[in-house]
Design a binder for this molecule. Sequence first.
Ligand SMILES: Cc1ncc(COP(=O)(O)O)c(C=O)c1O
Length: 373
Amino acid sequence: MSALSYRSWIEQKKLKLQTLNCYSAGITPENLAQQLGAHISKIVKLNFNENLFIDRNRQTLLLKQIADEIDLRMYPEDEVPKLTKKLAEYLNIPKEYITVGNASDELLDRIIRLFIDKNDAAVSFSPSFTIPQLCVKRQGGEYLTIPLKNDFQLDVPTMISAFSEKTRLLYICSPNNPTSNQMKPQDIETLTTNFPGIVILDEAYSEFADYSFASRIHEFPNMIILRTFSKAFGLAMLRLGYTIANPELTEILTKKAPLPYPVSGFTIQMGVKMLENIDIMQSAVTRLKVEREKLINALNQIKGIQAFSSHADFVLINTVLPVDLVYEKLLKRGVMLKKWGKILQYDNCFRVTVGLPEINAKLIKVLKQINEE
Ligand SMILES: Cc1ncc(COP(=O)(O)O)c(C=O)c1O
């Protein structure tokens, strides 16, 4: 390649890469605190579905133990099998079904890089978690979304009719982000058995829900279940996730990653410790579920707000007032929710993380004020 044609190639490549849609998180808590001239502790952060019910003191003790136990100078050669063994016990499935990754986002990206080529297609539904769409489009693939039904359940016949000879991937999020409901098991089963490609079943929130497909994975050779330590286990900062799939798929996901050590040894050990001390997660989930019901009741008592039932660590709400107006007013008062806007027949939706009681009380107070102004 001559120097001139190389320069024109790189210019074109840069232009193309600049058009790629990427995830944008919006304003950060530190930036908001700065803008408001407030201390960060005054910010009510309920936009990322983080789990504040986890006992932070116990988690810190575990971190300190790991600091004493591991040698940061070494590569993490023996770490992953320790975590897969513990996960196999937790899930009651053989360890050959488990792949560990750098949180669900990286695993999603890994699956899509491995299974989606240019001009392939993927099918999902809307609204749902948006990262898979970004990854498929980055591969040069097409991403088709079928609207959920008005009750937030899957429109199975329309989804099946969207499958074509180009469709390689079906992404099902259950409990779904942002509607927070679990899809009917029978619908997931029908779609999976009718689909010739890979089905990703994203169960990021399964610990807060009623059922999981993990124990039935042997029935579905084309299914990859995606799980994370970011939600129920409260390790969002560390980035740890895993997949559950038949041993053949698992071997591909593990061995063709192709990076040898995608997850830090420190992170893996923390996963092991959290599973050895499973009561930390279990008691957090139990308390969160109690607060979730209280929050839904309190929200539904505010005139101008409708809160939906939830199977996750967040609640979907719809406001009578326009979503942008409410969002601006919330930010001015230091409250961060995830703005969704129109979802099906609901025009002004927000996703609200279930916070600790005192945080939820602040939210309720502010929402009441805004709706009474
Ligand atoms: C449905 C769903 N899947 C995956 C993720 C990503 O989780 P992580 O990358 O922290 O494991 C999220 C995060 O909010 C999510 O809502």
